[in-house]
Design a protein around this ligand. Sequence first.
Ligand SMILES: *Cc1c(COP(=O)(O)O)cnc(C)c1O
Length: 348
Amino acid sequence: MRPATRAVHAGRPPHEPDEPLNVPITMASTYVAGGEREYGRYANPSWTAFEETLGDLEGGRCLAFASGLAAVATVLDLVGHGETVVAPRHAYNGSLMQLADLEARGRVRALLVDIADTDAVVAACADAALVVIESPTNPAMEVAEIATIADAAHAAGARVVVDNTFATPLLQRPLDLGADLVLHSVTKYLAGHSDVVMGALVTRDDELHAVLKGRRDLIGAIPGAFEAWLALRGMRTLGVRVERAQANATELAKRLGEHAAVHEVRYPGFGGMISIVLADAEAADRLTASTSLWVHATSLGGVESTFERRRRWRSEPTTIPEGLVRLSVGIEDVEDLWDDLASALATA
Ligand SMILES: *Cc1c(COP(=O)(O)O)cnc(C)c1O
């Protein structure tokens, strides 16, 4: 079956009389002894339903985490003392902050690269224990050649993790391209309604899966049952949401590219994320303050269109332009989105 169908049908109870169509929310801190679950930090049926569905979509075995950054921390924790992590210079700033923090404490060596410069990334792989890819990158929208980088990393004995938050498994399947691990901020497109914070890791390597499950059991960075249920409910409509957001983004990227106030449009040609560069911070701030439909908010991937001037965060790399506004295009009518943007751009 095709991915949009699997997003609807995976992770459900068997088709038997009186079975519910959806796995219910199980609120349990403990289970009667003698089975597989034992305790609420180890297992929950609502996580399992979510994990089966995302695992099916990415083509591996999934583990749910408390947040995207809990998943990032779990992956970085695999790196041995003093080993090298190759990572994109532009990436989600929380992931970069975790890496910088580990480096400052002498735990790992970080080697930051332009992830779209494949030759430079391949060269950097030589000393790596872990290669982190984000593609497209947040918010610079650079695209990595995942298969080529994965080959180079494996030749050097390194593991490869791909943050697939922006693309979703409907537009990019990193495990098929040779990655060892896929990471998601489920908070974004997978949950899709700006009401859940959650993360996930997916791998085909059973040994790695067991190690990661062991870390989750021990550290306890687990989601709540309700969060997992909400995220799965959101994931059921991933196919239509991604299709609509992408169609809207394609049209908006074209129109924005023809607008005099917009100096640069960064759209990789797929997905619902666009970054635009305006003259300066003031022009960008005027834009984000002048819309009625577009909401100025951080985060992304919801049904509602949001945007943000990323350099308002002190932690954002200074190579991101001051006037860059990241647009998370929602599933509204594209003409309403454009009318609102165009009138606000007149003030920028
Ligand atoms: C938001 C985000 C994260 C962090 O996820 P949280 O769920 O906020 O912890 C990681 N990677 C990318 C690309 C993100 O956009």
